[in-house]
Design a protein around this ligand. Sequence first.
Ligand SMILES: NC(=O)c1ccc[n+]([C@@H]2O[C@H](COP(=O)([O-])OP(=O)(O)OC[C@H]3O[C@@H](n4cnc5c(N)ncnc54)[C@H](OP(=O)(O)O)[C@@H]3O)[C@@H](O)[C@H]2O)c1
Length: 325
Amino acid sequence: MRAPLLTRVLDGALDRSLVLGYTKVGPALRRRWWPADPEPGCLAGEHVVVTGATSGLGEAMVTMFAELGAVVHVLGRNPDKVARVVREVRAARPTAELVEEVCDVGDLDAVRAWCADLAVRVDALRGLVHNAGVLEQERSETAQGHETGLAVHVLGPHLMTELLLDRLDAGRGSVVWMSSGGAYSAGLRSTAEEIEYCEGPYHGTYAYARTKRMQIELADAWNDRLRGGDVRVESCHPGWAATPGVTDSLPGFDKVMGPLLRDARSGADTAVWLVATRPDSTGTHHFWHDRAPRPTTYPVQRRPDPAARRRFTTYVAAATGTTWP
Ligand SMILES: NC(=O)c1ccc[n+]([C@@H]2O[C@H](COP(=O)([O-])OP(=O)(O)OC[C@H]3O[C@@H](n4cnc5c(N)ncnc54)[C@H](OP(=O)(O)O)[C@@H]3O)[C@@H](O)[C@H]2O)c1
């Protein structure tokens, strides 16, 4: 059901103001009109994978999915951190069904090996949240020679989605990319040089924004590809949430905005809600924040043209050794 006009206008104004919509003010107001919470136990016994689950939003999601009854696959690249999260969530919630998963999502060989292993253990997947994120100040490359942010945010998750597609199909699954409002500051890059950020001086924050833009465009492209089927693919952004990622990568931002930042649960809310409720998403783009679809570009920006998106998906497919139909 659509919210009344006045509510939609107010919600949109919060969104454009950034500070109000993205901070803890946003959910404090919006929860008065946003859609209902998922039903308790609605994911009972269903398998959900959360990547980047050893910190911040991902760690919050582990608890939130466990509260809905899901079997949560807690995926991180550091086994000690994965074990710590599982231990702490179990201590607080002894009935939680948690599975420790170790994979560096930026390493395409590791992603292939992990997906093959998961496919032996799990027949049907209800949720796959691509939450792992990095913001690096210097350009670095992965074992396969890809820019690290691109590999972690785009290539690894894309390959994971391809390799787990039949499991997602069997589970009426939802795939969610955790993007960022920072994507609004970057257009879609579509040459190999630009996609890999080889073309000039490297700026970490801008590199991050570019790959967050790519996540939104890739989720949209996946949606076009799978339209009419059982698998949903969405992207969302969490607003500005107090997490180790923000404290460590953006200390200046944290210092200024600290008191206004929302908590990790509130930043994770839309991703969990998307998987748990599978809201109607028949629109032309699939980018969510605080339980509502949001524009993927602001009115003054040009939307990426279909040819650029085609070049981009072709590059992603080639880099991951997959085919884009
Ligand atoms: N917090 C915000 O306000 C905000 C705003 C916009 C977007 N986001 C997005 O939300 C997501 C979560 O952010 P956060 O703030 O919770 O960050 P965080 O506290 O830094 O957590 C990031 C998680 O990703 C994991 N990770 C990084 N590289 C990985 C890799 N190669 N393989 C597997 N896991 C990897 C990290 O593991 P390690 O502990 O091993 O490093 C950590 O568990 C990110 O995608 C971020 O871009 C957050």
